[in-house]
Design a protein around this ligand. Structure first.
Ligand SMILES: C[S@@+](CC[C@H](N)C(=O)[O-])C[C@H]1O[C@@H](n2cnc3c(N)ncnc32)[C@H](O)[C@@H]1O
Length: 754
């Protein structure tokens, strides 16, 4: 008879027996948690109920070690495969498999492992039947040796992250430094100190091998300041189509220059023809990028700024004279000679860095703030647009570089600069929409690549571009035509009802979870009998949809919204609905291309007042009552008042404002389905121990108070009320489908999203 029927049981027993001998401090829960890949000191452990095919198990270990190398984690010297039911363990040495470990595998480690040719194991420990063998195995598990790996382009990003995590103050030179060029310092990869046991010194003279990864090797501070997101080659080639159209516009007899002030390692220029390259003027501020740029493109381009490294070029990781936002750069004589030459056409080809100074990024070091061009833009253009690094590049391109109608700008950027901030009022000649994910980020969002002609065209309200995603093998994949529309007005300008009412008196505020918050309030909360909630659908973009739209029972502590009252709540709900758009439409084509606007306000308010929109508004109400971001709750405040959730459908304690109003909605199949699911959820909630009959429950309150969970002793998540949990999951799916079918078309029609 087998002792174990699941690996987990066997693994638990194994650790219970060996951990006290090997590492009495080690935490059993931690060892068996999902995110532990079975490493104990210098040992990778792989448990099998029956180690039928040792080679297959070994291959699985090799793949796990390969994944550790890619993530910048030490590769244990020992591989131990444990046959749980036989009570036997087999020792292999990872050094023997180094070349296999240094490959990159796709798919899960436990799949397709048969056919691997392994060597004979080094030792076998029959620990289940032999005490001496068990003691030997414990000794082996105490060993802390690692197999050193080679650094290559596949794993260097993982090791860079591990390095900056281990030494938070370290800079890129400490990790990557080489002995070429003017600033010679040997970094960790070339002379390992903290990774001395884990990696072989990298012997490449320069960092050319890592040219496509230079943005991802930036240290933490640089990542924030340089906003370096690299353009993949297929997208760069799309930009070349636009560039060639720009070159086609050069008047006969003119010379032309292609300027890229933030070229990084030259991804945008790499595939240009020799002739085109001979017109390029390139620069970039980060030292190691500059060195690669110089090595790869320096000899081929018309000018590099600065042209060569000199003593003092390296300045704390940056290149002296290459900061495109400095006065020195703006007045650089090499560029000026072309910009001031009427017989020369200027084309800019750029993917400017992207970093914002508001919201959660406010704390970033932001060395670019206070730069010469930042100050110039602030005084000339004013407003918040200047608080965006990319915008400074865009604004200054038109202000200082482009002068003639035949000058052009091929520009990569999220749409906001044109769509919401109106930074460019020039002629649109064509463009593409691209998936931001492929610019070394993990965000699905839309990046535009547009060819702007330097001719004024102030009334442009929309343009259409072709969308292209990339397939896993890097091919362009056509996403069809996508229209980008300008937005002019915000919700707060047109829709926030801030008028005081008779009977307003001091009240209390809520936090983002919908419960009372008493400290750090940005407003003086108001109470009135007719107030049923507070809606704060902040900002035009969808950067953090859950943080940027709150719907709470009382004032939101951080303000930026308005009170929902019995007489205005219904017509205000489309703003809540619109704020959920990205949550239910996560495709890359939507985020940053679509934003919130109040441009349809007159039409909307007229139609809403006429009663024509009643059925749609009631559907918005139904959606709002059943949507999780509605954080209204029922509670008694510190002011002694009982606050009841009125925008929900729980009528246990009598009709709510919403349930009464929804009597006017003639339910179709979709509504009936939603309501049935809601009743199912509520009755499941009523059967739980946590249910409080005095409360009026909304979906969020059920989620927060009743759909609770805990972890069992093996670390698995266990839902306390599985019926509630599954009913809630189903409701969520129905709500999403309902939203996209019934709510979204009206939101676009009235330009709540645009
Ligand atoms: C979005 S990346 C684009 C890089 C490259 N052109 C590409 O498309 O792959 C922006 C680049 O601007 C550089 N950069 C950031 N701030 C800069 C500044 N003030 N002056 C010059 N370059 C800067 C970054 O180091 C980064 O290489």
């Amino acid at each position: 008879m087998e002792r174990y029927t699941t690996e987990r049981e066997g693994e638990l027993d194994f650790y219970r027996a060996f951990l006290p001998l090997v590492d009495p401090e080690a935490d059993l829960g931690e060892m068996i948690s999902d995110n532990n890949d079975g490493v104990l000191n210098g040992n990778l452990l792989e448990f099998k109920l029956r180690a039928g095919d040792l080679n297959a198990a070994l291959f699985q270990c090799v793949k796990n070690l390969s994944a550790r190398r890619l993530r910048g984690r030490p590769v244990p010297a020992n591989i131990i495969i444990v046959d749980l039911n036989a009570g036997e363990a087999y020792l292999y040495k990872s050094q023997d498999y180094l070349s296999e470990i240094e490959r990159v595998y796709s798919g899960g480690a436990s799949r397709s492992n048969t056919g691997f040719i392994g060597r004979e194991y080094d030792r076998k420990f029959p620990y289940g039947s032999d005490e001496l063998a068990a003691a030997d195995l414990a000794n082996c598990l105490r060993e802390r040796r690692f197999t050193r790996i080679h650094i290559d382009e596949n794993c260097i990003v993982g090791w860079a992250s591990a390095y900056y995590r281990a030494l938070p103050g370290a800079g890129k030179e400490d990790f990557l430094g080489d002995e070429s060029g003017g600033h010679r310092t040997l970094g960790e990869i070339r002379r390992p100190t903290i990774f001395a046991e884990y990696i072989y010194p990298y012997t490449g003279r320069t960092n050319l091998r890592f040219q496509y990864l230079m943005d991802r090797l930036n240290d933490t501070l640089q990542k924030k300041d340089l906003g370096a997101f690299y353009t993949p080659a297929p997208y760069a080639r799309l930009a070349h189509r636009l560039l060639r159209r720009a070159i086609g516009r050069v008047p006969a007899g003119n010379d032309y220059v292609i300027i890229d002030r933030c070229a990084g390692t030259g991804n945008l220029e790499r595939d240009l023809t020799e002739e085109e390259l001979s017109h390029c003027i390139l620069s970039t501020v980060e030292y190691y990028e500059y060195k690669v740029l110089q090595e790869v493109l320096g000899p081929k381009v018309r000018a590099l700024i600065p042209p060569r490294e000199e003593a003092g070029t390296f300045q704390a990781g940056l290149v002296k004279g290459a900061d495109a936002l400095s006065r020195e750069f703006l007045e650089d004589p090499v560029i000026r000679q072309y910009v001031e030459d009427p017989g020369c056409t200027v084309i800019l080809l750029e993917n400017p860095p992207y970093a914002e100074a508001h919201g959660s990024e406010r704390n970033m070091s932001g060395a670019w703030k206070g730069s010469f061009l930042h100050r110039e833009m602030k005084s000339a253009a004013g407003g918040r647009a200047a608080d965006d690094l990319g915008n400074i590049f865009i604004w200054s391109a038109f202000r200082y570089y482009l002068r003639q109608p035949t000058d052009s700008y091929v520009l990569f950027s999220p749409a906001k600069y044109w769509k919401a901030q109106h930074l460019v009022d020039r002629r649109f000649l064509g463009g593409y929409a691209l998936n931001r994910r492929h610019f070394h980020t993990n965000i699905d969002a839309c990046i535009l690549c547009v060819l702007w002609s330097n001719e004024e065209e102030p009334g442009l309200e929309e343009f259409t571009v072709r969308g292209y995603d990339l397939t896993p093998s890097g091919e362009l994949s056509d996403a069809g035509d996508l229209t980008v529309r300008r937005i002019h007005r915000s919700y707060s300008q047109c829709y926030y009802d801030k008028s005081p009412r008779p009977g307003d008196e001091p009240g209390i505020a809520c936090d983002a979870e919908g419960l009372e918050r008493r400290d750090g309030l940005s407003l003086r909360p108001i109470y009135n009998e007719d107030i049923v909630g507070y809606l704060a659908p902040k900002g035009a973009g969808f950067d953090k949809p859950d943080l940027n739209c709150t719907l709470t029972r009382c004032a939101f502590y951080n303000a930026h919204g308005f009170y929902l009252r019995r007489d205005n709540y219904l017509r205000s709900l489309p703003m809540f609905c619109a704020s959920r758009y990205i949550t239910y439409n996560r495709g890359w084509t939507e985020r940053t291309r679509v934003m919130k606007s109040a441009d349809g306000a007159e039409r909307y308010l007229t139609d809403a007042a006429s009663g024509r929109l009643e059925p749609w508004l009631l559907r918005c109400l139904l959606f709002t009552c059943l949507e999780m971001q509605n954080h209204m709750r029922t509670f008694t405040g510190s002011d002694g008042r009982f606050y009841r959730n009125e925008l929900c459908l729980d009528t246990t304690n009598g009709e709510t404002l919403a349930s009464a109003r929804l009597r006017d909605l003639t339910p179709g199949d979709a509504e009936r389905e939603l309501l049935t699911q809601w009743r199912l959820l509520l009755s499941a909630a009523r059967r739980t121990a946590q249910y409080d009959p005095g409360k009026t429950y909304g979906v969020y309150e059920i989620y927060a108070g009743i759909d609770t969970s805990h972890r069992d002793e093996e670390g698995r998540i266990i839902f306390d009320n599985p019926e509630v949990h599954s009913a809630l999951q189903t409701l969520k799916t129905l709500v999403r489908d309902y939203y996209n079918r019934e709510i979204v078309p009206g939101l676009f029609e009235y330009e709540f999203i645009k």
